[in-house]
Design a protein around this ligand. Structure first.
Ligand code: URA
Length: 188
């Protein structure tokens, strides 16, 4: 099912970003993941490779995953936008509107139990429009069948290392909830 969505997404021309992208950055990881991370949009390295979070922000994110002993291959990682905005500018509302159905279809296919937004753009789109990342990172929201929360975007940590302690705390808390959900599933 994900492969069908991928084919549709690769052929998409619903917004202008398809004219400037190199590759569609659809998503990667475990198609049966209980835990899904959603970022904002591909950057330069992601556009070159077609894989999310492989540039400097991705490398930092990998360190947090490693630290809390979450294997990148066991989770699924995607973005709100599948094509890179020129010069990494913020996604436009109309680009998000044009692209969001791919993410919805991905979520429907993967059926994760936990969705973690990486940064404010994903949190505003997926949790609530008035989400405040500084005040509300690390807080849980129950939405439909998912537990959702947001953490700082790894690029924000590259710009401001004072946020790193909060990121570590949030990632540890996510790991605890993730472990408890997996344990519950085994006991059923
Ligand atoms: N930033 C994002 O939000 N997503 C990526 O895939 C890379 C950088």
């Amino acid at each position: 099912m994900l492969s069908q969505i991928l084919q549709k997404c690769k052929a998409c021309s619903a917004c202008k970003l398809c004219e400037t992208k190199t590759n569609t950055v659809f998503g990667c990881g475990n198609e049966n993941a209980d835990l899904m991370f959603v970022g904002e949009a591909p950057g330069e390295k992601e556009d070159e490779s077609g894989i999310p979070f492989v540039g400097p922000a991705g490398k930092l994110f990998d360190k947090y995953l490693e630290y809390v002993e979450i294997d990148r291959n066991e989770v699924y990682i995607a973005n709100i936008l599948k094509c890179r905005p020129p010069k990494n500018r913020d996604p436009l509302p109309e680009e998000e509107d044009a692209c969001i159905s791919y993410l919805r279809e991905q979520v429907r296919a993967i059926r994760p139990k936990i969705i973690v937004c990486l940064g404010r753009v994903a949190a505003k789109r997926l949790i609530k429009p008035d989400f405040r990342i500084t005040a509300e990172h690390g807080k849980w929201f129950d939405k439909q069948n998912f537990k959702m929360c947001a953490v700082y975007h790894p690029s924000a940590l590259l710009r401001d290392s004072a946020k790193k302690a909060d990121m570590l705390k949030d990632m540890k808390m996510i790991k605890e909830v993730y472990d408890s959900i997996r344990k519950e599933a085994l006991e059923k």
